[in-house]
Design a binder for this molecule. Structure first.
Ligand code: SF4
Length: 162
């Protein structure tokens, strides 16, 4: 199975969310938080946008001068997940010999930006992460519910708790 950027993100949020998403149970379109993110995404950075879609894996918000990736987020609540998602895009493009230098996580609501690069150590860690993601998505049963703060905003909240 292809490992998408969303899957890398969800790996850091919750194994169960990753597994549910990988099984095709995808509520994200209906989730209010996701819709807010999309609204923010489409209303920010007008005129600069060149969205990148590649192999169903890369779905980056925009590419600047064909060398810097930008991923637009509405809050820093799950920043490690967003950082690794962006590192995965850098890694994937590097593997395809597409010379992208770095990425930025943009928070237009907060007027902040975080630079994301990919070191050799990151590559080694990412390859372990990919292995773990693979192990989770091939499981025949969903991982257990582990209640956390993020659950109340998760698209799968009703599935897990109601
Ligand atoms: S509601 Fe909580 S336990 Fe369920 S998938 Fe979402 S984050 Fe995971």
């Amino acid at each position: 199975m292809k490992i998408t950027g969303n899957m890398i993100n969800y790996y850091f949020v919750c194994s169960r969310k990753l597994w549910l998403f990988s099984q095709g149970l995808q509520y994200e379109e209906e989730n209010e938080n996701v819709q807010l993110g999309k609204l923010l995404d489409t209303s920010s950075y007008k005129g600069k946008r060149k969205q990148v879609m590649l192999d169903g894996i890369i779905n980056i918000d925009f590419l600047e001068k064909w060398e810097i990736l930008h991923e637009v987020k509405k809050s820093r609540a799950i920043e490690p997940a967003a950082i690794w998602q962006l590192r995965y895009y850098l890694y994937y493009l590097q593997k395809k010999d597409i010379p992208v230098k770095k990425g930025y996580l943009d928070y237009p609501k907060l007027k902040e930006r975080i630079e994301v690069t990919l070191s050799q150590d990151d590559i080694m860690e990412l390859e372990e992460i990919l292995q773990h993601v693979q192990e989770i998505i091939v499981q025949s049963q969903s991982p257990e519910i582990v209640k956390k703060k993020i659950c109340s905003k998760c698209a799968y909240y009703e599935y897990c708790f109601i």
